[in-house]
Ligand binder design. Structure first.
Ligand SMILES: Cc1cc2nc3c(=O)[nH]c(=O)nc-3n(C[C@H](O)[C@H](O)[C@H](O)COP(=O)(O)OP(=O)(O)OC[C@H]3O[C@@H](n4cnc5c(N)ncnc54)[C@H](O)[C@@H]3O)c2cc1C
Length: 380
């Protein structure tokens, strides 16, 4: 069960598996402690062409099917969730240009990503968390340019992204859903400043910081889609990106299962391995069943996306189930490891720290449940 993979996709996946070896993991583990971007690991990933894995062939990418891209992202996340989140955030930032971008805009973003670089998606603000209609960042048209002013919070890849997609209000008096527009902003634009990286509980291999725009001027040609189309573009981008978020969470869940299974077979108490106790077997079985069910939902949502069908409900279900599976698997993994599971020396405390974010970003799981519930009420 799982993703549908072609022979070519399997070759790329095998390359990624080789990349995610013990050396890379040791570098990522060290960076998890220091909270700094693992430069060597990023270089290795860039050299194996990781950026191309998530880009269509017509734009210079590897041309993997969406299901294959999912398998690659899950593999990276099973190695290190923070590392994978950096690429997941690239996937989020590329969504608006994939949906509504011009050829120039696509080139600007894909050139960065193909080169192994990072992009950031700037939507959240202090008054715009779950409710993005609270956005206050302004973009004012002046001739053939827009001037952006405002602060964006929690931008993944913020510390070193070379390009950003920023959402700003272009019509402060208009209807909420028609007041936002989306813009590409180069990372070296004058007036763009980056806050100090956040000290996070988990996914510490992905940088997160505030991005401030102080009279940042961008050409009108950097506006993505129509003026006033930013709200629906943000919603559509997030709907797609949530599937990638789910897939990344599954990497954490899968790792928790494999670590727990190995430990349960090896650790002996009361004269036998832990795995010979039904209570432990049932825990492992529940972990596997929840993860596999969530993976099938991600896969089904990707199939719809590939066919150009709406994924509003499907992506919410996939993200929510996968994030909950990651959190439950990581919690149970710590339980199966007992006291050792609580210590840094063993791998599962990190999984627990990493898992939590998937229930929070790209729309909290409460918001996903609202989306699913509302779609039911609308459908019936
Ligand atoms: C590590 C990290 C990386 C991030 N990366 C990015 C990024 O790259 N780009 C970006 O734009 N943002 C990013 N975010 C922001 C993230 O998407 C938001 O934190 C998230 O959407 C929740 O918003 P909030 O934190 O303001 O919480 P709030 O919206 O204040 O919510 C607080 C709590 O109330 C609940 N709640 C809110 N409204 C309702 C409701 N109507 N019904 C029921 N419950 C509700 C929420 O579920 C949550 O539990 C990131 C955040 C973190 C922590």
């Amino acid at each position: 069960m799982g993703y549908q993979i072609t022979e070519f996709g399997q070759d790329v996946l095998d390359d990624v598996k080789r990349l995610c070896d013990r050396t890379l993991e040791a570098q990522l583990r060290a960076a998890d402690r220091s909270g700094e971007r693992p430069a060597e690991a990023c270089r290795a990933a860039s050299e194996m062409g990781i950026g191309a894995a998530f880009i269509a062939e017509e734009y210079g990418g590897a041309g993997l099917e969406l299901q294959e891209q999912a398998a690659v992202l899950e593999e990276l996340a099973a190695c290190d969730a923070g590392f994978a989140v950096s690429y997941m955030a690239n996937r989020l930032a590329q969504a608006p240009v994939e949906i509504a971008g011009s050829a120039l805009q696509k080139k600007l973003v894909y050139d960065v990503l193909l080169d192994g670089g990072f992009a950031g998606f700037c939507l959240t603000e202090d008054q715009a968390g779950s409710d993005i209609s609270g956005c206050r960042t302004r973009a004012v048209r002046q001739g053939d340019r827009y001037i952006l002013d405002g602060n964006k919070l929690f931008v993944t890849n913020g510390p070193d992204a070379e390009i950003f997609v920023a959402f700003a209000v272009t019509d402060p008096d208009g209807e909420t859903k028609e007041s936002l527009s989306a813009f590409l902003v180069p990372g070296d634009a004058e007036g763009l400043t980056r806050g100090a990286p956040e000290h996070k509980l988990g996914i510490r291999n992905s940088g997160t910081c505030e991005i401030s725009f102080n009279r940042v001027s961008v050409p009108a040609g950097y506006r993505i889609g129509e003026e006033g189309g930013g709200f629906s573009l943000a919603v559509r981008s997030l709907e797609q990106a949530r599937i990638w978020c789910g897939v990344t969470a599954l990497g954490v869940a899968r790792r928790a299962i494999s670590e727990s299974t190995a430990y349960a077979k090896e650790r002996r108490q009361f004269g036998k391995p832990l795995s010979e106790n039904e209570v432990i077997l049932f825990k492992l079985a529940d972990m596997e069943m929840k993860t596999e069910a969530a993976r099938l939902c991600c896969s089904a949502a990707l199939e719809r996306l590939e066919k150009g069908l709406a994924v509003t409900k499907e992506s919410a279900i996939a993200k929510c189930l996968a994030a909950d599976a990651a959190m439950e698997c990581a919690t149970e993994a710590v339980q199966i490891f007992g006291g050792y599971g609580y210590c840094e020396e063993y791998p599962v405390e990190k999984l627990l720290r990493d898992a939590k974010i998937f229930q929070i970003f790209e729309g909290t799981n409460e918001i996903q449940r609202l989306i699913v519930g509302r779609s039911l009420v609308r459908e019936r």
